[in-house]
Design a protein around this ligand. Sequence first.
Ligand code: ADP
Ligand code: GLC
Length: 477
Amino acid sequence: MKKILFVTSEAHPLIKTGGLADVCGSLPKALAELSQDIRLIIPNYQALKTSESVRFMCSIRVDNRNINILETRMPDSQVIVWLVDYPSYFNYPGNPYVDEQGESWANNAERFGLFCRIAVEAAMDRVNQDWKPDVVHCNDWQSGLVPALLSFENDRPSTIFTIHNMAYQGLFPASAAATLNIPGQLWHPAGLEFHGMLSFIKGGLVYADYITTVSPTYALEIQTAEFGYGLEGLLEHRKEFLGGIINGIDLDQWDAEKDPYIAQTYSLSTLDKKQLNKVALQTKFSLPVKGDIPLFGLIGRLVAQKGIDMILECLPEMMTMDIQFVLLGSGDKEFEKQLKDLALLYPDKIAVQIGYDEALAHLIEAGADVFLMPSRFEPCGLNQMYSQRYGTIPIVRKTGGLADTVMDSLPTTLADKTASGIVFSEASASALLEAIKRTLILYSMPDTWKKMQTNAMNKNFSWQRSAQEYLELYEKI
Ligand code: ADP
Ligand code: GLC
């Protein structure tokens, strides 16, 4: 049995802005089910919600501040959670990283710098718990300083750093290094410095014993200039200690057979009932209720990563086709506006809800026929896996985890029963349109479509296999 300290800035159902939370909520649970002793450490944000009781655990002094650590559990699991409670840094309303205008909180370097220092104290058994981890597993830039600071400690635990997205690196002006009291030995271009800035992510990439990312394809892509954002050289240099482990999905949350958020539960043997979710979705969005019209869905952060610009370019031509499109998301204000304008222009065909809505996300997965995910890059992506489990055929671009989890529908893959979606290569609106047209042809052939749905729903995306791979890695390092 390994003792694992899991360091993350979000974990579902406590707090979530995206897929990082899904993974950091469900991977620790899966590891606990493999009998590992795992504890999760996370900031105590104002918006953090839990149904479990919370107790005071200890108070420690770091950087001349007194910080409380509270203890609770992940709802419906044995995983212990340590909440870093420092109200003047974390008791802010709403999102963990940005204010209501979408601007980063001005003191993010201090906030997550302090979080990393506390995680180091916990990793070194200096929080009075008589519990010292064998492995510290860090996730994304918010935890990046942990491997760097641990590198100074004698008898330290092994460290793993998982990259969920290279596009977010935690870059701050050099002055932040002084404010955070970053040891001088870390401040050089082969350390935490990145073109004169302080880079949190480099703390993970340079100093962790092993780096993982969330799909094998993305592990290769980030070693190239297109996806590495200037860190491709470093990643290539560390490639012996870099690997991809695909995310799983939490079948307690995402299972059409028992999903409490959808209008009608269903399974492969009762697939006809999926239609009732389509009716509920069309009704909810005030679209004409029609059974035979292909309904496209999209859920996600409205940012360039997700290929929203390509969709905006395609939508006018899509509107000449007999289809409907529903979208749930928030992000870039310009994308939000253009999407809302199109919904006003085509009220019978496009419906848009701006915002975050967990229940509606489930209904879209269940009610849509097709899920659109034409990302420019995608480290793993979860929605394409959810949609396959729900018999909703994804259209994806061949990149990152999308390439690793969706099999294109071609005569060969239909014959060998692996076809589970539509995959296209070039990041352009015209390539996406071709993929959409190909989808409509397949949709017009009910037997073929049903075969694709069957293959998709039969795929195994459970956490067991991936959690086992992490465990092997913990043992190896
Ligand atoms: P990313 O982490 O890049 O945003 P993923 O596909 O890995 O992308 O995960 C996104 C997660 O966030 C999924 O669980 C998705 O359903 C959820 N999500 C994204 N936007 C919304 C939204 N507006 N409302 C509800 N859930 C959302
Ligand atoms: C990131 C990525 C996404 C991935 C998620 C969880 O947010 O953008 O592709 O699925 O992390 O690993």
